[in-house]
Design a protein around this ligand. Sequence first.
Ligand code: ZN
Length: 505
Amino acid sequence: MTGHCRDFDDLRERIAAIRDISHIRALAHWDMQTHMPPRGAEARKEHLATLSALLHERLTDPALGELLERLRTPAENLPPDSEERAVVREMARDHERAACIPEELMQEATRASIDGLQSWLRAREEEDFRLFLPALEKNFSVSRRTAQAIDPDSHPLEVLLDRREPGFTCADVDNIFSDLKGALIPLVAQVEARADRVNDEVLHQHFDSAKQWELSLRAARSIGFDLDRRGRQDCSVHPFTTSFSSNDVRITTRIRDHEFAPCFFASLHEAGHGTYEQGLPGKWDRCVLGSAASGGMHESQSRLWENVVGRSREFWQFFFPQVKRQFPAQTDGIDWEHFWRAINRVQPSLIRVEADEVTYNLHIIIRFELERAVYDGDLDLRDLPAAWNDRFREYLGVQPKTPSEGVLQDIHWSGGFGASFISYTLGNIISLQLFAAAEREIPDLRASFRGGDFSPLLQWMQSNVHAYGRMLEPGDLIAQATGQSLSTAPYLSYITAKAREIYGL
Ligand code: ZN
């Protein structure tokens, strides 16, 4: 690559500026959702639009395309583990995707998502799906045309899926879903027959907000998210994680006075995302490689700490005394095991974000099947609410009474339509595959949780996942870290064993 050194330096500089703009845009977004006074919204919309246009301009710059073209062959001749090779590959991917979307379509998409959000909120308030339908149709049309602009020869859902989860196909999704449905639907029925074995009343009492906040910080800190020098937590309506460098990672949570779980588990979930962002190599802060490998890989880290660790016996043997100290009256006469069962209660429900580990994936399967039916022309968007309700009855045995408990519950379809939810299920599956691999390599991994030591697991994730950023494609990263390609087996054996233990099946 010696003859191309200057080109490569030029590429690095261009990428660094693109990353800077993107991080500043993320900072403006974070502020909008955490600290901005309401009257700031008008001006902020303009700030964000200008930054997005600037970013698009830099990303689609023809000079960048020519530079990448000149570097393509020399990069391909480098060894597979070369950093330069991965930088050229990943930047070419970002450039090509941005470049094939016409400017007008980009702007149409931005407007459609702003209108979509407003009509989604209004439709929820009035409990009337018809108020959302025009925006939904618009978003579907924009998503479909975007997919066609990227690759006119493929099924649009295939293109949208690959955009979110590189290298992942609809056939892979089919295989995963058929495994999950085959195991989970009968499991839910078995658990339901023994529903009275778990009582979770302890979680539904008054819990002082300030004390919940303190406890959530303690939980995030205990799993190894650095809140002191490299991160912070704030409150927002929808919890999220964002970062401006590996040394500045922001998480948010939300607090409900009469529920224990939402704040605590949102913090653990987002802190899990946060460990990934803090674990990315600092040398890549201004490089295209300094991001998570995919949406599914990112979710694998959040679900790992929220569920696999955060709902484990060993975690609660360690952490329950802290809950007891914080909330002595609410936990009077309750031991850790009772509490652990309560936070693992399985119950078919209507709302995805509140669903337990066993039923959660069925919520995702329903959404993906509906998206596919729409793209295949088998389902008209007008009939989406009825189709939604039918599938909930079929898979979960529950029936929404209002649109906001059903088809209008998620924000996702207000800003696009297609492959919007799949990362959550992939995250669940990958989290268990990674955890099983870590358990094989680290003796007494679970026992270390009992003493409050999560560093062996975190270090394993850092060196096997975080350290790679976008160096490897997600499929290759999973294979390298776990010795096998993506598999539902570890997840299914985990979830079945847990349900058996808690419900005595
Ligand atoms: Zn998440």
